[in-house]
Ligand binder design. Sequence first.
Ligand SMILES: [Zn+2]
Ligand SMILES: [Zn+2]
Length: 177
Amino acid sequence: MAQAPVEQGGDGSRVSSVCYWHPDVETGLSCSRCEKRICSQCLVQAPVGIRCRECGKAQPMPTYDVRPSNYLLAFGVALVILVAGTVAWVLIDQFLFALGAYGSVSGLVAVAFGFITGELISRSVNRKRSTLLGLVACAVVILAYLISRPINPFGFGIFQLLFVGIGAYLAWQRLRP
Ligand SMILES: [Zn+2]
Ligand SMILES: [Zn+2]
């Protein structure tokens, strides 16, 4: 990258006021972050003022700026939900079954499960969002359903899939970009 003209106030004759990227363009504007001179062609409007292209690009919306540490925590929470949630799901269904509930009532558990899964994962990543987080939340809901079926008193039902779909959708909505 070309060296920017630096301020030379030594002899007082010349203080740089040309664009960092266009040395032939005079400008009174500068980036609010790195303070490089920028011309009207180069500036990017940011919520905090004008910025150069580099700084404008370097600052993604924090909500969508998901770090590896966020993913690690989200995957951990997802795993805990998958294990603990599947057990809880089966216990709740055994309770409902003992009360004489219909299989579709079990479907409502799937909806609640999806909602809670999305909420917990979302909280673990400070409400950040990404496609991968959404897919992980969906996967937890679907896997928990499939794993719990062989030991679930209601067994497998085609109507349940509808509710599981709603549950997975709710989880996705909480985390999708
Ligand atoms: Zn800048
Ligand atoms: Zn420029």
